[in-house]
Write a protein that binds this ligand. Structure first.
Ligand code: ADP
Ligand code: MG
Length: 237
């Protein structure tokens, strides 16, 4: 069997006396678009912060491309491109200058790769404009280009559609599917909207109060409406 790109193994996070993440386990296959779905406060950002090394699990482990983030952090994290908070962009620089700046920090990026990524995220025409003239959707795509520059195996986006209009959401969805299906990149996104996850993801895990309630392949969900009922029931409380 092909090795999972992401493997959460009984991960728990406690802060003070509060259990924020409670023994969650799930795995994501290479090239899969996977959604972490749950209401505000469910623990999505905390889970993604642990995955990217911004926070340490209290118990359990996370493996990225087989490498433990606890024991082999450098090797594990080199596979990840992430946008956890808003992408760090300099608005007084052009899109291209932002990418060059970022490429210098990560080293191994050449001009061909830059051109390829700019085309992939649909910014070829605007790349020499200053970022302050960009729409939110364009900034998101520039952030995505940044995350993709070093050819990661995994891209992690925390609620990437927040603040985007429906057209921007549609575009982002199209680009995320494209990088997964054309570049074989594994995509992990979080959201509190089931409708959005249905359109984007191959599989989802439903998280509520730090616990995973259900893990589903999207094909099964379309056939079977219990998931939706389940989700509405839990968010009602
Ligand atoms: N640093 C922290 N200290 C204490 N509580 C926190 C901290 N970070 C998050 N929490 C709490 O953990 C829960 C999950 O938060 P979060 O992971 O941000 O959820 P989500 O991203 O799903 O909205 C919330 O109740 C939040 O208040
Ligand atoms: Mg969050």
């Amino acid at each position: 069997m092909e090795r999972a790109t992401v493997q959460f193994d009984k991960v728990t996070k406690k802060i003070g006396k509060k259990t924020i993440i409670d023994e969650i386990s799930f795995s994501i296959a290479p090239g899969e678009v996977f959604g972490l779905l749950g209401p505000n406060g469910a623990g999505k950002t905390t889970a993604l912060r642990m995955l990217t090394g911004l926070m340490k699990p209290t118990k359990g482990d996370i493996r990225l491309c087989g490498y433990s983030i606890q024991k082999d952090f450098e090797k594990a994290i080199q596979h990840v491109g992430a946008i956890i908070e808003n992408p760090d962009l300099y608005s007084y620089l052009t899109g291209y200058q932002n990418l060059i700046h970022f490429a210098r920090m990560s080293g191994k990026v050449n001009k061909e790769r830059l051109t390829e990524i700019i085309a992939l995220v649909g910014l070829a025409e605007a790349i020499n404009d200053k970022v302050k003239t960009y729409s939110l959707g364009m900034r998101q795509r520039l952030g995505l280009a940044q995350a993709l520059l070093h050819s990661p195996s995994l891209v992690v986006l925390d609620e990437p559609t927040n603040g985007l209009d429906p057209a921007g959401i549609g575009e982002l969805r199209q680009y995320l599917k494209k990088i997964a299906h054309d570049e074989g990149v594994t995509v992990l996104v979080s959201s509190h909207l089931l409708s959005e996850m249905e359109l984007l993801c191959d599989g989802i895990a439903i998280i509520q109060k730090g616990k995973i309630l259900q893990i589903q392949k999207m094909q099964d969900i379309v056939k079977n409406s219990t998931l939706e009922e389940h989700f509405l029931e839990v968010t009602d409380r």
